[in-house]
Design a protein around this ligand. Structure first.
Ligand code: NDP
Length: 331
């Protein structure tokens, strides 16, 4: 183990947040119970926000090591939950918000935040899934619990289809036998999305027009990572009694909707948070991923990039230019 290692740190500079590569020592890390050697991290939309300087609303205190996802190996543990050599995954729990994050070779974290790396996945594959993919699994779980959408009956809509959440959601839903319609603004991704299991497509612009409160009942279920007018239109198009799992705000955090779909059609808006999701929900989501996510799909979704490219990749994910998932090699 070398004395110093590289980390991407958000710092305050002349009253603004900026991200800088710094050399850290183990003694610089937080005093938590488990020291992890990080093998891979991943790029998430939230990382784009955190690394984007004046749009940074993610890090609550500075300096902050960025990065919300890690897969690696336990090096030292003061907790009986973990021992040296254990392979682990961590998604969220405030990494890069209230606790130093994963764009670093080493990090100390709380023992109760870690999950054993599922046997089905290598550390690289776990990060190809990452927060976006595990959130997609949480969305499918919540739709199943809601119970209206049934495999083989009706269409389930996935918005932000070519992004991280969307890509994994399509693969999981199709594997379970749902008919999936993908909403994307990038027609050039149709072949990619068809390969993941989408059977129909709509142009995302059709969901961005004025919101009429009740529209033709079209969707038996939905996974939305876009928010704003898109989600409002989706809600207005849900079948009677259907549920929409909402997890994102790629288009905006507003929701210009009415209560009519909810009070006249019993439509449910099913909110999904991954950051503070309790352990049983995390285990269930990762079990679903291990069972249902086709390894060939995961490979098609994934690109691997070095940590040095993070600043430019952060801009690309905010601009909606990233397809699928980007794994970050922190070694
Ligand atoms: P990505 O950037 O990978 O995907 C977002 C997709 O949304 C894009 O690929 C694009 O899809 C679409 N999109 C982007 N900008 C716009 C726009 N202005 N209008 C309409 N559609 C747009 O991000 P992720 O999949 O990683 O995350 C998606 C969202 O989910 C983010 O807002 C993120 O913060 C949120 N999220 C929330 C979590 C939670 O715990 N609640 C966890 C993980 C993510 P296309 O090109 O196909 O149209």
């Amino acid at each position: 183990m070398s004395d110093t290692f590289t980390a991407l740190v958000i710092e305050e500079h002349e009253g603004k947040a900026r991200s800088v590569f710094r050399q850290l020592r183990l003694a610089d890390l937080p005093d938590d119970d488990v020291l992890v050697e990080v093998q891979y991290s991943a790029l998430n939309y939230k990382d784009g926000l955190a690394l984007s300087g004046n749009r940074n609303k993610v890090a609550r205190s500075l300096p902050m090591v960025a990065g919300v996802d890690l897969a690696g190996t336990v090096i030292e543990s003061r907790s009986p939950l973990w021992k040296a050599g254990d392979p682990v995954v961590l998604n969220g729990f405030g990494l890069s918000e209230t606790h130093w994050g994963s764009f670093t070779r080493y990090q100390r974290v709380k023992a109760e935040w870690l999950l054993r790396l599922p046997d089905a996945f290598t550390p690289l594959q776990a990060m190809a899934i990452g927060t976006a993919g595990y959130t997609a699994a949480l969305c499918v779980d919540v739709l199943e619990r809601w119970g209206h959408a049934q495999p083989g009956r009706g269409q389930v809509l996935v918005t932000g289809a070519a992004g991280g959440v969307g890509s994994v959601a399509i693969s999981l839903l199709a594997k379970c036998g749902y008919h999936v319609t993908a909403s994307t603004g990038r027609p050039e991704t149709h072949d990619y999305l068809r390969g993941l299991g989408a059977s129909a497509f709509i142009d995302r612009a059709t969901l961005q027009g004025p919101v009429r409160p009740l529209q033709r009942e079209t969707w038996a279920g939905a996974v939305d990572s876009v928010g704003s007018t898109t989600l409002a239109n989706v809600l207005a198009q849900m079948e009677y009694g259907a549920g929409a799992a909402a997890c994102g705000l790629a288009s905006g955090m507003d929701l210009p909707a009415t209560v009519l779909p909810h009070i006249l059609r019993s439509v449910a808006l099913l909110g999904v948070d991954s950051v503070m999701a309790p352990m049983p929900a995390r285990h269930a989501a990762w079990q679903r991923l291990a069972r249902d996510l086709d390894p060939a799909h995961l490979e098609a979704i994934t690109t691997v990039e070095p940590m040095s490219r993070l600043p430019e990749l952060a801009g690309a994910i905010l601009a909606g230019q990233v397809r699928g998932r980007v794994v970050i090699d922190v070694t």
